[in-house]
Design a protein around this ligand. Structure first.
Ligand code: SF4
Ligand code: SF4
Ligand code: FES
Length: 250
């Protein structure tokens, strides 16, 4: 079956506005949007620019807007869209560098603010190996830890569109992943970060960010962070409890 792709062409170095270009690609039941873009690039127009990495939904580099929704091009089959007309565009809310490639510098800078690594003052076990978690504790963070930083959620967030300083759902889910990690003891530092002016209180609970290719419930994670901040403010937080639980499970 032949499918029509409409793609904006834009180069930030030379253009003020995008021009749209149309391509026709023969697809079958297995062809993904990324396969189709590869076919266009290899056989029709080598200047078409987009990101690709694992080509299998792992690294998150192929996030883009496909027929009005942010999705991963490598895990979206063309025929699953039930149409022969497909509009592909860069992720909204980020500056476009070229065609489908956006500038993620601010996105990654916000992630770095969240201390996106284990911080712990719990002593290493006697064998000097890693601090273990119980399966229950590992499951608690498994979904949030599966985020591949594709940016689809933050790009879909209306607060991010209007306030570029807002940390956004991806960075906040990153903080949530470590706040909930039974081995991590920097919970207070992270709650201070996400509770700051550009953090969770900016979220208007629109839940656009729930359209995550990994099904990560970003909106719920943000609400959980809000609850933790409030509980800790009134002295009912679980910071000390968490440390005690961790010691019991390592
Ligand atoms: S939470 Fe989901 S949509 Fe957001 S960056 Fe991670 S994988 Fe992508
Ligand atoms: S729930 Fe919050 S973070 Fe998610 S899209 Fe809405 S405003 Fe943005
Ligand atoms: S190319 Fe890696 S997730 Fe799509």
């Amino acid at each position: 079956m032949k499918v029509t792709f409409r793609v904006p062409r834009f180069d930030a170095a030379t253009d003020f506005t995008a021009k749209y270009q149309v391509y026709h690609v023969e697809v079958n039941q297995f062809t993904t949007i990324l396969d189709a873009l590869n076919i266009i690039k290899d056989e029709q127009d080598s200047s078409l620019t987009f990101r690709r990495g694992s080509q299998s939904g792992i690294d998150g580099s192929c996030g883009m807007m496909i027929n009005g929704r942010n999705r991963l091009a490598s895990t979206t089959r063309v025929l699953s869209l039930n149409t022969t007309e497909i509009a592909v565009g860069p992720l909204p809310g980020f500056p476009v560098i070229r065609d489908l490639v956006v500038d993620f510098d601010s996105f990654f800078a916000k992630d770095a603010v969240m201390l996106p690594y284990l911080v712990t003052d719990i002593a290493k076990p006697a064998d000097g190996k890693e601090r273990l978690q119980s399966p229950k504790d590992a499951n608690r963070i498994a979904l949030a830890a599966s985020c591949n930083q594709c940016g689809c959620c933050t790009s879909a967030c209306p607060v991010h569109w209007s306030n570029g300083e807002y940390y956004g759902p991806s960075a906040l889910t990153r903080a949530y992943r470590f706040v909930e990690d039974s081995r991590d003891t920097a919970i207070k530092a992270r709650l201070d970060i996400v509770g700051s002016e550009t953090g969770v209180w900016r979220c208007h609970t629109v839940f656009n960010c729930s359209e995550c290719p990994k099904s990560i419930p970003n909106g719920e994670n943000i609400q959980a962070l809000k609850r933790k901040i409030m509980l800790n403010k009134i002295g009912l937080g679980r910071i000390e409890v968490k440390v005690a639980r961790t010691e019991a499970t390592v």
